[in-house]
Structures are given as structure tokens and as C-alpha cells.
Write a protein that binds this ligand. Structure first.
Ligand code: COA
Length: 197
């Protein structure tokens, strides 16, 4: 059955009428941004982000930009790592196929991965300053890998001239929110997903 779904900001004046009219809140999500006001702010951000990448490199992992040749590993990591991830109607993650991953570069996406003895264990992908998604293999979580690949992606975006970075996710996914906060993002928007009772 196709449910009637609305996604609106928590400040939207239509919200009370929708709830009174038979809609339930079925998910909450956030939007966050990092604005770099000037070149000095960009330089400070770059130094902090490099330290996150260097920390996992010191632990023996390689962090580098992903290429079309990494597509099979990207699809496999994605397929193996999303089973337990909370989502909302506003933040659904469709698994990345090998074909999609191969097309990332051609479609203006840049991805950065962390490799443990040659195996891809985490990645962050985005387009311009917009973060797409971050994923780390369940075996490698909680060791700074997510932060390092996110920092690598942010570094490349900032070095390419982006001064406004954005990210988003499900509120229930506290790890993802904690992660983006530790690399400098600030939550600026909260979104609610509503479906008819
Ligand atoms: C979210 C995710 C990418 C985090 O990756 P990770 O490598 O485990 O994260 P890191 O080790 O780099 O940790 C960065 C911060 O996240 C938070 N964090 C990470 N693991 C956590 C855990 N198990 N419990 C609570 N907070 C955690 C912490 O705030 C940590 O900062 P700290 O080390 O200073 O305390 C990973 O859990 C994952 O792949 N989840 C499934 C996919 C997903 O939800 N992606 C995000 C949506 S785009």
C-alpha cells in the first residue's frame, strides 16, 4: 500500500493542521552545515581534518580517493553494512550498485575510502559540498574510520573551493549525527516525516 507521506521542517506552520487531520510523525531527520566564512576559517578546518585522516593512517589504514576500479568493493561494502541502520521516509538509503559506483566520477561525485590491508572498510561520498553518505564495515566501527573518510571527503571539497558543506540523516541514527558534529557540522534544520494514520 502506498502511504501518503509529507516531509516538513519542524517549524512549518502546516504541521499542527496535518497532525490534527490524521497524520502521525513516523520519522525525524536533521540537516547540518559547516560554513567557512573566509580563507582563515578554511585553513583551520583543513588542519583539523588532516589530523583525523592522519590518525587512522598512523593506525596502518590507507585513506585515498576512490576510482571506478573500486566499484565492486564499494557495492560489497554497502550491501554488507546497512542492515541495522535507522532511516526515515526522508532519509532512505538505496544500496549503491556496482554500476552506480562506477559512474560516480562521471556524475560529479567524489568518494574517499579507508583500506585495511587492501580491503575497503569505510567510505564517504558526496557531490560538491553536499555529503551523500558515510558507511563503515561493522567490523571497523568506533575506531575513527568514519570520521577519517568524512574528513578526507571534506578536505577535497574545501580544497576544491567549497565553503558551505551540508549533511543530513535520521535523528535515530545518533552515531551518524555524533560523527558529523565531531568534524565541525552544526545542525541547522530538523525535519519530520508524517504519514496518515
Ligand atoms: C555512522 C558510522 C559511519 C560511524 O562510523 P565509525 O567509523 O564507527 O565512526 P568513528 O569511529 O569515526 O566515530 C566518530 C564519532 O562517531 C561517534 N560514534 C562512533 N561509533 C559510535 C558508537 N558505537 N556509539 C556511539 N557513538 C559512536 C562518536 O561520537 C565518535 O566520536 P569520538 O570517537 O570522538 O567519540 C558507522 O556507524 C556506520 O557505518 N553506520 C552505518 C551506516 C550509517 O548509518 N551511515 C550514516 C548515514 S549517512
Amino acid at each position: 500500500m502506498l502511504l501518503e507521506t509529507h516531509v516538513l521542517q519542524d517549524t512549518d506552520p502546516d504541521l499542527p493542521a496535518l497532525i490534527a487531520g490524521g497524520f502521525d510523525i513516523v520519522g525525524e531527520s536533521w540537516g547540518a552545515e559547516l560554513l567557512l566564512a573566509d580563507d582563515a576559517a578554511a585553513r583551520r578546518a583543513i588542519a583539523a581534518l588532516r589530523a583525523h585522516v592522519d590518525a587512522v593512517a598512523a593506525a596502518g589504514l590507507e585513506v585515498r580517493e576512490l576510482t571506478p576500479a573500486d566499484a565492486p568493493a564499494i557495492a560489497a561494502l554497502d550491501a554488507a553494512s546497512w542492515a541495522d541502520v535507522p532511516s526515515t521516509p526522508a532519509t532512505v538509503h538505496a544500496p549503491t550498485s556496482e554500476t552506480e559506483a562506477r559512474d560516480w566520477t562521471a556524475r560529479g561525485h567524489r568518494g574517499f575510502g579507508a583500506f585495511d590491508r587492501g580491503a575497503l572498510v569505510g567510505l564517504c561520498v558526496g557531490s560538491g559540498g553536499d555529503n551523500g553518505y558515510i558507511v563503515v564495515a561493522p567490523t571497523h566501527r568506533g575506531r575513527g574510520v568514519g570520521r577519517a573518510v568524512t574528513a578526507a571527503w571534506m578536505l577535497a571539497a574545501i580544497e576544491a573551493g567549497e565553503r558551505a558543506l551540508t549533511a543530513g540523516g535520521a535523528t535515530e541514527n545518533t552515531r551518524s549525527l555524533d560523527l558529523v558534529r565531531t568534524v565541525g557540522f552544526r545542525v541547522t534544520e530538523r525535519w519530520l516525516s508524517l504519514q496518515r494514520r
